[in-house]
Ligand binder design. Sequence first.
Ligand SMILES: [Zn+2]
Length: 229
Amino acid sequence: MIYRQTLTVPVERVDFPSTQYRHETYEKKQIVLHYTASGAEVYGDLHHWRKTASRIATAFIVDRNGVIHEVFEPTKWAYHLGVGLRDNKVLLKYKQNGSLYDQHSIGIEIDNYGYLKYDKKKKIFTTAYGNQIDRDLAQHYLVKHRGHEWYEVFPVIQVEGVKQLLIGLSNQFSIPLNYYGDEFDVCTRALEFEKGVFTHNSYVSANLRTDIPPDPRIVEMWMNLPKSA
Ligand SMILES: [Zn+2]
């Protein structure tokens, strides 16, 4: 069954050049959640990916309205993990697997600014790029996630889009949706190619990436996804 068949949220096909991703097909074992760390539009991400020579992209972007943008078919692949990067502090044997992780996974970018900075004197929140954002969008973490205690929340409607996409992809590729709680930091299960849903944190060390934080809405949604044995 193709993932789109079970969705009730809109899916938009993106006009993305076929030269910007890879067409060989591999068994898909994993789904990886990212955030874009960018502004309110998916078009900024796409514009950036179109310009790169290195075929960096994810198959999907879920925007803040919960609309799913299919950048390329999830049977294909592009680079989205960077496990082999020199500064990635995971075991060498995993770094040597390099693009195998990109080939065997499906990336989902969730539009989100990522971590926020709080100016206690001015009482304002700003993104990593210096844009000021509304207090209501700031989520506090009692336990810092990879060095940061404030992140932008994911709107309810956007979490619903991610949920439906996960269920659809799970049906199409027989990938289990179970939540274990170890997915928000370097995760041996991910690096050993265990089937399942992970985050970018699962593959790279804290000096490289913070996506995505254990947002309460995301975690609750994930914990309540249909379980498989
Ligand atoms: Zn990422």
